[in-house]
Design a binder for this molecule. Structure first.
Ligand code: CP
Ligand code: NVA
Length: 321
């Protein structure tokens, strides 16, 4: 059976550590691993817009010795109604892994159910787990975690402000808890995380020594945090929805004052909207590590693909499905 990466808790804590350690190694020695030599092909499919994910996966697959096949899913027969199952049956006979950015999580779960090669979530409405690997790598690089290969991120804290119900918030909850971090979500009552995701993160944190907290108070969320993170107030597919403006989210804009309360670094998955979720002086200021974070998409995803291809039979998969 292949290993898939559909949500953050598909990697157990020790496995996440292995992937992050390899990501840090690849950041220093970019061509150290060539698991796709041949070349083996990886399909990289998009139902939504992308800059970083598209570039980092295409570049990463090439650097691993493979051949990237980048497709707009809508331009394939999927866009004309061919089923996910039939599409996957074809893909899985020819490619060595499938990377997909799509809408509902159930779509990528359905693909994984039909695939005999690893399937990787490149963002769904519910989760963005590849981004969180890159973010954890970035926090480790800038705060000293994982430097000795084991100290990891345990005990460090991350504070996410903004839409607590979106894919980034959910992945920070699961991925941060898996890393043993103190995860704080600062969000309005109208945009709290999915209770099932929150419950799962709480369960993981209990096992890893981490903790999880949701608050409406942005100052409480960021106080002393090692890293402050945010994301757009309007995710792809939410354009035109009511209640996504300043009236809802303005108190959660990451300002210099909130960064001073934290004393930590600033991350943003990008694309960023200056003057909305983050002040320009923060994202363009000295605490910002967003360009390292964007680069780490390359290293983290190369590490992930390498790890998935090397661990087809592991039995310690994260969440039960
Ligand atoms: N952060 C991120 O996933 O960026 P893209 O939407 O540009 O891929
Ligand atoms: N929450 C954002 C993340 C973009 C990388 C979105 O889904 O549009």
């Amino acid at each position: 059976m292949p290993r898939h990466f559909l949500r953050d808790d598909d990697l157990a804590p020790a496995e996440q550590k292995e992937v992050l350690a390899l990501a840090l190694q690849l950041a220093g020695d970019r061509f150290a691993r060539r698991p796709l030599e041949g070349p083996r092909t990886v399909a990289i499919m998009f139902d939504k817009s992308s800059t970083r994910t598209r570039i980092s996966f295409a570049t990463g697959v090439a650097e691993l010795g493979g051949s990237p096949l980048v497709m707009e899913a809508g331009a394939s027969q999927l866009g004309r109604g061919e089923s996910i199952g039939d599409t996957t049956e074809v893909l899985t006979r020819m490619v060595s892994a499938i990377v997909w950015r799509t809408f509902g999580q159930e779509r990528i779960e359905e693909m994984a159910a039909h695939a005999s090669v690893p399937v990787v979530n490149a963002l769904t409405d519910e989760f963005h787990p590849c981004q969180i690997l890159a973010d954890l790598q970035t926090i480790a690089q800038h705060t000293g975690g994982l430097a000795d290969g084991d100290a990891a991120l345990t005990g460090r804290s991350l504070a996410y402000l903004g839409d607590g119900a979106n894919n980034m918030a959910h992945s920070y909850l699961l991925g941060g808890a898996t890393a043993g971090m103190d995860v704080r979500i600062g969000a309005p009552a109208s945009h709290r995380p999915d209770p099932a995701v929150l419950a799962r993160a709480t369960e993981i944190a209990a096992a890893t020594g981490g903790s999880v907290r949701v608050t409406e108070d942005p100052r409480e969320a960021v106080a002393g945090a090692s890293a402050v993170l945010t994301d757009t107030w309007v995710s792809m597919g939410q354009e035109g929805e009511d209640g996504r403006g300043e009236a809802t989210f303005a108190p959660y804009q990451v300002t210099e004052e909130l960064m001073d309360l934290s004393g930590g670094i600033f991350l943003h998955c990008l694309p960023a909207y200056r003057g909305k979720e983050v002040a320009a002086s923060v994202i363009d200021g000295p605490a910002s590590v967003v360009w390292d974070e964007a680069e780490n998409r390359l290293h983290a995803q190369k590490a992930l693909l390498t790890w998935l291809l090397e661990h087809p039979d592991a039995t310690t998969a994260g969440h039960a499905r």
